[in-house]
Write a protein that binds this ligand. Sequence first.
Ligand SMILES: [Zn+2]
Length: 111
Amino acid sequence: MKNDILAGKRLTTDDPTNNIQILLNYAYAKDGRVFLRYGNGEEDIDLCEYVAETAAENYCNHTPDEIMDGACMECDCPFAILYVVAIQAAELRARLKEYEDKTERAVRDFK
Ligand SMILES: [Zn+2]
């Protein structure tokens, strides 16, 4: 990823239009949940539903609500890492988006 692609441009968007924007906005928070953009290949999917469906094939067998409560952290399956990293990405994205929105408003109001 070249730095000049990102220079001076906001990183967060709710409507990504290219691969870099999709990558940087892949996990996002909405209504207290984390969603993975195009997570099932076609549409955005709830992180806990994705983990429940995917992990059930070879690892643990938790409901999405159990996963939301940290079940995969306790069973220590490989999806514990995805769960933690996706939450981290969504939280950091949400805070960056807030900052970028405020900055954009301030610049717009200043003009
Ligand atoms: Zn698990």
